[in-house]
Design a protein around this ligand. Structure first.
Ligand code: ADP
Ligand code: MG
Length: 716
């Protein structure tokens, strides 16, 4: 088992599918012309590949030619990749997967799986296999701590049987994102990757080998414009085209032997980094349609294959050596070192002889090819065989040389030990660094969180800043307005100042005028004081007069002031007095008017009374004359009365006499009385009646004072 890196080219197989039903219906021309097993001519351009499969090639034939060898390689500890490239519907999936559960129709992947397990079942009992499969569509490639790319979120599991592998593939397929475009219903717009890791350990020898096998079904290589994809599908298509063009770029760079290979341009190229120009045996199956309708795509696919063919990979077995193997390797290296040192000694000897003018015969000269073969033989010697140098020219070493060699050897051992120590230290350091790295990662994560927080804070601040900017804008606008206002105002102020100056000038003039007026006023004040004094004096004299008037009027409230300093009070008092006097004068005038009127009335009345008086006097005189006559008459009457009374008395006497004779004669007397009344008038009647009444009462025994003759008159 060789662990020496070996160069190998990428194998490119070309497969044409048969015309499909729609191409046949359309009557498309069949364009490829096959020449031998490895040539095809398309559009008069010949293309050569490792193999060209015609449309009638069976799945098994394709597998045997493309994949069988790779299975063997992977199980021997090499990495292997098979990927299918071509436009949509060119037969990639048919080639890679085919009909998974049909013996004839199954493609490369199920056959590989089957083969691996068959191989394992037939292997030595001491071999222990660990098989891990990874199936993924829609690649999401990440890098682990050691910058090794890995596919994130893929189905990764250990498997024990081909059935389990098939299940994994089915699972992977169910995740596949398929969008129908106008190419055909099979069109798949994503890459699909299937990975098998085989690790084997020989429990007896502790030999460990590991091999990785990538099986990739790429998305269609046609141009996006031809797919009619839109929106999300178009975006996806662009991405896919990007990874395909990256793949093309990587292959071109590798084909041209360029120093820089753009593996990192796409996920696909990162995953396939080892498969393209790395430690991997790679086979590309380019799939093409034979229809003239797809000629340009077919040609571009064939060109891609042609370029890829020139890429050289360097492969070696991924072997983990056991302690024993490391020891053997060391021994071998030691032998190699010894042989090389011998070569040096030989060369030095020869050189010295040449330098000394000796001519060295050909058979004694150093044979470079022989020496190289010697070293190579050491490399290829099986581990368990001791290294031998049969064709090496025999060197005869002196004892001293042997000693120096021993010393040298001891030195080398020492160096080896030192290196071991160094390795130990380095691995400790590596551990430490790993720990530090973890810490740093943690720190990084927290920093990232901080960064996110800061970012959100920044966003917030930016928003605030925007708002502030708006505010500032507004403020600036306001300020501008203010500035304009300010200008106006300052203009106004200037005008006002001018005005003010004018006004102040005026004011000065006015104030000078005022001072003159003031002095005048002062004079006037003096004068007015003088006047006041005089007025107060006048007032006091007036008040005195008024008081006297008041007293004369009868007011008790009038008081006399001395008039010194209480002018205002005096004035009010004076006013009061005056108003009072006014009202009193008014009332007096009224009264005098009344009196006048009453006087005139009285005069009138007096006149009237005078007249009446005169009349009365006249009447009185008349009355007096009357009275006189009456008195005379009265006297006459008195006389008559007396006579009558005498008559009455005599009559009364007669009456008494008669009454004594009987009361019956009363009525006769009364009748007599009546006759008298009508004859003498009232007065007489009265008197007579009076007398008669008193007599009657006296007769009746009732003694009452009789009414006077005057009252009787009034009485009647
Ligand atoms: P792709 O994966 O490149 O888009 P498919 O593998 O899905 O294309 O192939 C498209 C159609 O053509 C499928 O129906 C498939 O069965 C058919 N097909 C492809 N290659 C062959 C072939 N070599 N022989 C017969 N049928 C094929
Ligand atoms: Mg497909």
């Amino acid at each position: 088992m060789a662990d020496v890196p070996a160069e190998c080219t990428i194998k490119v197989m070309c497969r044409f599918r048969p015309l499909n039903s729609s191409e046949v219906t359309r009557g498309d021309k069949y364009i490829p012309k096959f020449q031998g097993e490895d040539h095809v001519v398309v559009g008069s351009k010949p293309f050569q590949f490792d193999r060209v499969f015609q449309p009638n090639t069976t799945q098994e034939q394709v597998y045997n030619a493309c994949a069988q060898k790779i299975v063997k390689d992977v199980l021997e500890g090499y990495n292997g990749t098979i990927f299918a490239y071509g436009q949509t519907s060119s037969g990639k999936t048919h080639t890679m997967e085919g009909n998974l559960h049909d013996t004839d129709g199954m493609g490369i992947i199920p056959r590989i799986v089957q083969d691996i397990f068959n191989y394992i079942y037939s292997m030595d009992e001491n071999l222990e296999f660990h098989i891990k499969v990874v199936s993924k569509t829609n690649l999401s490639v990440h890098e682990d701590k050691n910058r090794v790319p890995y596919v994130k979120g893929c189905t990764e599991r250990f498997v024990c049987s081909p059935e389990e592998v098939m299940d994994t593939i089915d699972e992977g397929k169910s995740n596949r994102h398929v969008a129908v475009t106008n190419m055909n219903e099979h069109s798949s717009r994503s890459h699909s990757i299937f990975q098998i890791n085989v690790k084997q350990e020989n429990t007896a020898t502790e030999q460990k080998l590991s091999g990785k096998l990538y099986l990739v079904d790429l998305a269609g290589s046609e141009k996006v414009s031809k797919t009619g994809a839109e929106g999300a599908v178009l975006d996806e298509a662009k991405n896919i085209n990007k990874s395909l063009s990256s793949l093309g770029n990587v292959i071109s760079a590798l084909a041209e032997g360029s120093g820089y290979i753009p593996y990192r341009d796409s996920k696909m190229t990162r995953i396939l980094q080892d498969s393209l120009g790395g430690n991997c045996r790679t086979t590309i199956v380019i799939c093409a349609s034979p229809s003239a309708y797809n000629e340009s795509e077919t040609k571009s696919t064939l060109m891609f294959g042609q370029r890829a063919k020139t890429i050289k990979n360097t492969v070696c077995v991924n072997v983990e050596l056991t302690a024993e193997q490391w020891k053997k390797k060391y021994e071998r290296e030691k032998e190699k070192g010894k042989a090389l040192r011998n070569t040096i000694t030989w060369l030095e000897n020869e050189l010295n002889r040449w330098r000394n003018g000796e001519s060295v015969p050909v058979d004694e000269q150093f044979d470079k090819e022989k020496a190289q073969a010697e070293v190579l033989a050491l490399d290829n010697v099986p581990n368990d065989k001791p290294a031998s140098t049969p064709n090496m020219p025999q060197l005869r070493l002196t004892d001293a040389e042997k000693d120096t060699c021993e010393v040298e050897l001891a030195k080398l051992y020492k160096q080896l030990d030192d290196k071991d120590d160094e390795i130990n230290q380095q691995s400790q350091l590596a551990e430490k660094l790993k720990q530090q790295m973890l810490d740093q990662e943690e720190l990084l994560a927290s920093s990232r969180r901080d960064h996110d927080n800061l970012q959100s804070e920044l966003n917030r601040l930016q928003a605030e800043n925007e708002a502030s900017k708006d505010e500032v804008k507004e403020v600036l606008q306001a300020l501008e307005e203010l500035a304009v206002n300010y200008d106006q105002k300052s203009q106004e102020v200037e005008d006002k100042t001018k005005e003010f100056e004018m006004v102040s000038d005026e004011l000065n003039q006015k104030s000078s005028v005022l001072t003159s007026i003031d002095s005048e006023l002062q004079k006037l004040k003096d004068m007015s004081n003088h006047q006041k004094k005089r007025v107060s004096e006048m007032m006091s004299s007036l008040l005195k007069d008024l008081a006297e008037i008041g007293i004369a009027v009868g007011s008790t409230e009038v008081k006399l002031h001395d008039g010194s300093g209480l002018i205002d009070e005096d004035f009010t008092v004076a006013r009061l007095y005056i108003s009072k006097m006014k009202s009193e004068v008014k009332t007096m005038v009224k009264r005098s008017k009344q009196l006048e009127s009453t006087q005139s009335e009285s005069n009138k009345k007096m006149d009237e009374n005078d007249k009446e008086l005169a009349a009365c006097q006249l009447r009185i005189q008349q009355h007096e004359a009357k009275i006189k006559s009456l008195t005379e008459y009265l006297q006459n009457v008195e006389q008559k009365k007396r006579q009558l009374e005498e008559n009455v008395d005599s009559l009364n006497e007669e009456l008494v006499k008669i009454s004594a004779q009987g009361t019956t004669h009363t009525h006769t007397a009364t009748a007599t009385l009546y006759a008298l009344i009508t004859h003498n008038g009232i007065h007489l009647v009265g008197a007579r009646f009076h007398r008669a009444w008193s007599r009657l009462h006296a007769v009746g025994g009732v003694h009452k004072k009789p009414p006077s003759p005057w009252s009787l008159v009034c009485y009647f």
